[in-house]
Design a protein around this ligand. Sequence first.
Ligand code: KIV
Length: 294
Amino acid sequence: MPDEKIQKVTIPYLQAKKEKKEKIVALTAYDFPVAKIVDACGIDLILVGDSLGMVVLGYENTLPVSMEEMIHHTKPVVRAAKRALVVGDMPYFSFHLSDEESIYNASLFLKEAGAHAVKIEGASRRRLKLIEALIEAEIPVMGHVGLTPQSIRHFGQFRVKGKEADEAEKIIQDALNLEKAGVFSVILECIPLELARLVTEKLKIPTIGIGAGPYCDGQILVFHDLVGFSNGYLPKFVGKYADIHELISGAVGKYTDDVRKGKFPDDNHSYHLQPEQLQKITQKETATSGKKKK
Ligand code: KIV
């Protein structure tokens, strides 16, 4: 339940949590009703992730997600979130051309959608320069290293990153570089827990893990995975806390059956005319059909 000490989560509040060794709780959300529920549960951060493309829009991966789609889905989340910090995920190719275009796109998350920060995948030299420019433009940035789904065409497949020493060292360096560039927090996705622990110990800013074990400063999951929206494959790291797929299938199946059998709607789900009104209508109807017959 919500932490009564604060009304609205801020970046300094999240960073203080690391110092106090209090875990940060984060989830994705892409619409008003879900954001309203998770916000009322007292989570600290809502990410409007570009996972939107896969879990809501039915794309095969996150690459087709557009700025328009991200802004459209960030707005209702912001309207719903009274307490949580809302972070908008910059979609593929919204920050890959000029710095000016990238800063403009990032600004739309804050100016138009009302988000509090943006998230950007990767830590290449050019990306770090852009992050510095965004922060200079007063746009708080969250980093994301390890498995970065927008690089799927490079990786070929989603797999655990940093299992070999070379790759692990690169992830540590990337996280340190992101911190130096000024990100307020960093997502560690799908890396061994020992590596996530090392990164978490090295950084002053909070790490938020997904598939990165228990030693991160916080955890994030895709909401639809957490509640079991899909009955398909889920990665090992997902905590499935409910089976919404079964619940919805059961409800829709029962409704279908009831409609087909004439059981729904019954009297309890119907409106009535007052008897005198019904009588008036019937009398009028009889008179009109009598006139027509003559
Ligand atoms: O898009 C997303 O949902 C994400 C999380 C997996 C961190 O980036």
